[in-house]
Ligand binder design. Structure first.
Ligand SMILES: C[S@@+](CC[C@H](N)C(=O)[O-])C[C@H]1O[C@@H](n2cnc3c(N)ncnc32)[C@H](O)[C@@H]1O
Length: 268
């Protein structure tokens, strides 16, 4: 496996080597991802998948613990103790689309996402969109909380870079990317975290950078609170170039989503 190194000037704070993370420690990542205490991205919002009562954490899950493979501090979400990795149990199949999404293909095709440059996919999962972007000429980076998803993404896409990170605390400097994309991550964040999410995207995108957002209107089958007003409120100073509702395909069904084309504001 060879992931092209694609790091901002100065690297990721000196803490992470992508090749070190994935090529030297893949077995450790996968073993850790399979531990019972791994992965809090649902943060308990899917009742059927909540942790059973009783101790499930290993000592390595203590607050402040660092991922031994790459020296990243564990995120708060990873310390919440939810037990299931949805890439391990197959739940991902309900949302995953194993090809580029229609909105991404359109954005590339009509030039709203211009060819080339550096692009970040937040909540990249198995790296399908990242792989497509790399194939059409972007320097593409995917971040996700799930180590198992990232291991599979890196194994399947050797022309892109993958990094374990929380979208709420992106390990990149200001103006690192020309564009960003999110296919299905935003709606998993608790509402209180959305402002932080938007601020992080704004920080790492260059002024005027493009952000293609797909937010699902359902989580775990239940209608969530996301609508056009939520997007407008979160991205208050951004330019909204388009916002539409659509039923888009996954590998298993159609998903009701809101798709927004956003342009990052100029810094004041
Ligand atoms: C519905 S899946 C979509 C995955 C992928 N974009 C795709 O289209 O197949 C949502 C993804 O967001 C990731 N995720 C959720 N919360 C996150 C966070 N705070 N930071 C980074 N990734 C997160 C999950 O691990 C998961 O891979």
């Amino acid at each position: 496996m060879h992931s092209r190194r694609l790091e901002p000037a100065g690297g990721y704070g000196g803490r992470v080597s992508l090749s070190g993370a994935w090529e030297d420690h893949a077995d450790e990542w996968i073993a850790w991802a399979r531990t019972s205490s791994y992965d809090g991205f649902w943060e308990g919002t899917w009742p059927a998948l909540r942790a059973p009562p009783g101790p499930t954490r290993s000592p390595a899950d203590r607050p402040g613990a660092r991922d031994s493979a790459v020296g990243l501090p564990r995120t708060r979400a990873c310390q919440t103790g939810v037990v299931t990795d949805h890439y391990a149990d197959g739940t991902y199949r309900w949302w995953h689309l194993s090809e580029a999404s229609p909105e991404l293909v359109s954005a590339l095709g009509d030039g709203w996402l211009p060819g080339g440059g550096r692009i970040l996919d937040v909540g990249c999962g198995l790296g399908t969109e990242v792989g497509h972007l790399a194939a059409v000429g972007w320097q593409a980076v995917g971040i996700d909380l799930s180590a198992m998803a990232l291991a599979r993404a890196a194994a399947g896409h050797d022309d892109a870079a993958f990094l374990r990170a929380d979208v709420r605390a992106l390990p990149f400097g200001a103006d690192s990317f020309d564009a960003a994309a999110d296919r299905g991550c935003f709606h998993y964040l608790p509402p209180a975290a959305r402002t932080r999410y938007a601020a992080e995207l704004r920080r790492v995108l260059r002024p005027g950078g493009r952000f293609l957002l797909r937010a699902s209107l359902r989580a775990a089958g239940e209608r969530n609170d996301i609508d056009e007003a939520v997007i407008v409120g979160c991205f208050a100073r951004w330019r909204i170039d388009a916002m539409t509702r659509a039923a888009v395909p996954s590998d298993t069904r159609a998903l009701d989503v809101l798709i927004a084309r956003l342009t990052a504001p100029l810094r004041s």
